[in-house]
Write a protein of this length. Sequence first.
Length: 267
Amino acid sequence: MQIMFVRALGAIAMLVTLTGTVHAQSAGDQGSFGIERGTGKIICTGDADMAPRNDDPSYALAALWDQMFLSHTTGICSAELTPLDGGTWGISAPFAGADSQGRQADFRLYVLHDRYAWKLGSSREIVDNGRRVDLQNVFATPQFFERFCSAKAVLSVGAASHEGPTLLNHQLARKRGETISGQLRSRRGQCGEGRIPILYAINLGQHRGAAYQISDTSPQRRVFIVAAENLTLGINLQEALKQGIETQNVFKGISLNDYDLFEVESY
């Protein structure tokens, strides 16, 4: 094992010498990452630091090591949400997926600000810090509506927190996805000719969390959708989306793998 490790370091050193400068980049072009020499600490940098680091060969060495052994893993360098429509919606870094036949799609996940959540036990009401909000206003914000119309397909995600019976939560999550799809369908005709996305609903089911782990379950009832921005003809959308979600950490704080279902239905 030690011989292999030394050989790997030697190969990296040779590559650094040949290439001069190297940086590692997380999925979605959101930042670079490396391991700080001497401490082993993982470091993340912003876009301003994406330029070659000629003055720091140790950074280049660590970054190349990450590229070789972590590939496109985003880890702690995954994207934070960027505000959209004055902070009502957040927009994540894009991510990609492929079905079992290798057909690819480009996706983007949109999430309402973390102050919003589905009302506990409801499939019709979204609350903003406990106050009921008008769903039509949420889905009609200008920037979001423009992005909605430009998508090839939009998948409304329904999810439930861990409280209550699993079977009922699965039904609740399905109805939440259908509620969002219904809101989007009512506005889809305003997109204009040739810009009408196909609508789907995703049932993620129940969050896997346990009652003793968390007291406020509103983060498990976040409101989000997935937009498919580019689709290969004949793609299995469910397979591609599931593959993309399972292999990439789209952004911090939300993992769709925390839920116990993944069912996609046309709407």
